[in-house]
Ligand binder design. Structure first.
Ligand code: PMP
Ligand code: GLU
Length: 420
């Protein structure tokens, strides 16, 4: 008898499961052992899927056929119309691709476009490992915490001289892990550098609708011919587990979507039919959806502002979040001279305080930096949304409806005050 040889593809040899999903698994194990963990590691929406979208999914449960590779035509129409209505972009249904999560679409894009990946540090956990899986190089561009960890156009220009060759810049606003966003002026300055160098920009706008003031700006407004926009249902619609993502661009980049459709046709075929039918309803303007989004933003804004304020009060460097549900927090001013890596810090926080968070190194920051990402999501979003109908969203509201997050932040602040 010959046993199956342990032969992995070389790129996979020292890769591990994605940090966001691994921390969630760790929380499950600890909870099974009877520990009470504040789950501030994986970033998933605390809010339920809006009722009318759930109703549409139920109504379409019988849909059983494979759908076209690029997506249900009515959904591609609805997504294009959504970009036109909310962003004033000239996007047509032919230039929309539907995929099983924007993560898979990003991977398909990196597979199809033969270029080096350009990432501001910090950036979301999966962009760089996807490049690695494909054997692509990554050019990390440092950012300054004093400038809210935002990519500066000068830094991009310096890192990527004109003529260096094809590059794919991923820009994520509102941002995971920092919670910041980019305004139109800043985006126009980055767009000018990208255009001069012929860079392809992937504008990751998965948190666009969760800009806390409803003020999301897109780089596609300044650089339409070179920008693809990724988004989906996972964050604003609370449907991460439904796995539906969108990619949209200008006619000039249709060749790239064509190539991605080839990849899709040989890999996942198409996204689940009932989910696509339900997504048509999610992308169709309705007062219920507007109210849902409005209340989601109010809760996230109040919670983000409160948590950042508490951490700054304890001596941390932590910019005020402007969108999404994350904080990036540099603990070095609070910890003083005792050097501790982000990863060790996270282990201590989990073991001693039962708070699950992720180290900045998972997002491309130096491992020695005591920086953590906090996902402000461990609360009952349905109850919070219902209560947001009728009252001020003040500290009392947060203590009542976002209790686990408040508890986690207070444990952390208490620990820092006691000397860490
Ligand atoms: N981009 C960012 C910045 C994210 O945080 C996530 C996390 N879900 C994704 C993309 C992927 O989202 P999905 O695959 O659920 O669309
Ligand atoms: N985007 C989420 C996060 O950053 C988790 C989902 C994922 O990584 O696929 O925590």
């Amino acid at each position: 008898m010959t046993s199956v040889p342990h032969k992995l593809h070389p790129t996979l040899q020292d890769m591990r499961p994605s940090a966001t999903l691994a921390i969630q698994e760790r929380c499950r194990v600890l909870e099974a052992e009877g520990r009470s963990v504040c789950r501030l590691g994986l970033g998933q929406s605390p809010f339920p899927v809006p009722e009318r979208v759930v109703a549409a999914l139920i109504a379409h449960a019988h849909e059983k056929d494979y759908l076209p590779v690029r997506g249900l035509p009515a959904l591609r129409q609805a997504v294009a119309a959504h970009h036109r209505r909310t962003q004033g972009l000239q996007i047509e249904a032919e230039d929309v691709l539907i995929g099983p999560g924007s993560k898979e679409l990003l991977f398909g894009l990196q597979l199809a476009y033969d270029a080096e990946l350009i990432l501001p540090a910090p950036s979301w956990v999966s962009y760089a490992p996807q490049a690695r899986l494909l054997g692509r190089r990554v050019r990390w561009i440092p950012t300054d915490p004093e400038q809210g960890w935002r990519l500066q156009p000068e830094a991009l220009a310096a890192a990527w001289p004109v003529g260096r060759g094809p590059g794919l810049l991923v820009l994520n606003s509102p941002n995971n892990p920092v919670g910041h966003s980019y305004d139109a002026e800043h985006l126009a300055a980055i767009a000018a550098v990208a255009r001069e160098r012929g860079l392809l920009v992937l504008s990751d706008e998965i948190y666009g609708a969760l800009h806390h003031q409803g003020g999301h700006a897109t780089i596609a407004a300044a650089y339409p011919e070179g920008t693809l926009i990724s988004s989906g249902l996972s964050k604003w619609c609370g449907a991460g587990g439904w796995r539906l993502g969108t990619l949209a661009g200008p006619p000039q980049l249709r060749w790239l979507l064509d190539a991605m459709a080839v990849v899709a046709s040989e890999t996942y075929t198409s996204v689940s039919a009932p989910i696509q039918h339900a997504a048509v309803v999610a992308y169709t303007d309705h007062p219920d959806l507007r109210s849902y989004l409005h209340r989601s933003r109010l809760v996230l804004r109040a919670l983000g502002g409160w948590a950042a304020g508490r951490l700054r009060g304890a001596g941390c460097r932590c910019p005020e979040p402007e969108g999404a549900f994350y904080l990036l927090c540099d603990l070095s001013p609070a910890l003083g001279s005792a050097p501790i890596s982000g990863a060790r810090l996270c282990t201590s926080l989990l073991d001693e305080l039962q708070i699950a968070v992720l180290p900045g190194s998972d997002f491309g920051l130096p491992p020695s930096d005591p920086v953590i990402r906090i996902a402000l999501v461990d609360f009952d979003g349905a109850a919070a949304l219902a209560a947001a109908h009728d009252g001020p969203i003040d500290e009392a509201f947060l203590r009542r409806h976002c209790g686990r997050v408040v508890e986690g932040i207070e444990r952390l602040v208490g620990w820092l005050r006691a000397g860490g």
